[in-house]
Write a protein that binds this ligand. Sequence first.
Ligand code: AMP
Length: 462
Amino acid sequence: MSEIALLTTFASLNLSARILDTLSAEGYQTPTPIQAQAIPPVLAGRDLLGCAQTGTGKTAAFALPLIELLSAGGRPGRRQQRRVARALILAPTRELASQIGQSLRTYGHRCGLRHTVIYGGVSQHRQVRDLEAGVDVIVATPGRLMDLMDQGYVDLGAVEIFVLDEADRMLDMGFIEPIRQIASNLPEDRQTLLFSATMPPKIRQLADSMLRDPVRVSVAPAASAAPLIDQTLYHMPEEHKLAVLGHLLRDERFVRTLVFIKTKHGAERLAKRLRAQGVASGAIHGNKSQGQRERALDEFRTGRCRVLVATDVAARGLDVDGVTHVVNFNLPMEPEAYVHRIGRTGRAGAKGRAISFCSREERGLLRGIERVLGKRIDTREVPAGFELAPEPPSAPVDSRSIGTLPRSPASRPAGARSTPRRGPRPGSKGGHGKNGETPRPSSPGSRRRGAVRGGHRAVRPR
Ligand code: AMP
């Protein structure tokens, strides 16, 4: 670890008292490694190339010095009749842009800076109104910003600091050309900060063309940097996944669970099936309107929904504190996405758990992921009993949705008949593995025989 990273207090990073007060009010005690490395050179006016991903504290790594620089020398805007944007932050998605906006509000509320967040998919009315009123910082996704620039609403001529966040995601989403065009409207003598989780050759080229003698800082990807994320994988046929997930979610320790799935349609259907099992679940994917996404996110944040089912694209930049579990219902097509996904749990010192389901067809993807991680993921077997066997006539269940798993009363869909039961409730608490996530089914045969008490004939977690 570099000398800089050994500095352990925010005060030693030369941040002003009002920002230090805000940070202690937020409960931040020490800077994360990316913050310790990035804040001093950014405050010194240097360009920066940061290799870090969501979950490492990178937003504060650029937002804190940015606020400090813009608010130094008195409240901004006093010198000007109307505020003109002095910083531009570009992010690939509206969720990430909104979250950066929230961070600016949190960290900068004592500094008198005004900012606006600009993204597509909503009316431009409020955004235009904010721009016309004058802001110090614009946070934007590239597409809508270009639209508003074309309409003459955006003046970038006074930008002193330009931040490009999640540059590799920008590349994936085809934003590199728009970024170049936007950058060509910025003053040459600005300060530029570029953050990217990965550094493929195209990002290096972009960095070379935009940054001047940058300081390079890097933190290891979440997977290796975060021993706090406990990773487990279960092999199972695709058609068993819903049953296993439903079973896992009966455990109360799955307080806030983010489930990743391959398709938009699949996300919607899975959330619906989980709701039918009595698990409060929402979905977030590209077919939802901004309002619907925000509602789903809000319900997840506030705990009204315990489960949020998301596609990778929809979840980009999503930042929710206290995610206890990430479940990969499908393995991602790109190995790097695995690291992004699991980085949503185990944040800021909390223990997080990532559980992946892998069907036979996904084994090639698993090999790719393990290559990127540089290690094997701890693998456990799903015990017998999750097979989709015919239901005994006395147990009216929807075999499409839960196979043969026993249901607790809470998870029974409305209208389903209850069957008298002897012994403890299947899936009830007690006898959980160390993480409380080893599926423990009672097989249909054993339920009939009454041989499995409470469904706890289980596979002991290793
Ligand atoms: P980010 O990587 O910017 O998405 O930040 C990840 C999470 O860590 C956010 O929820 C931040 O509020 C939180 N965070 C950032 N910096 C710190 C810090 N120094 N101490 C504690 N939490 C932090």
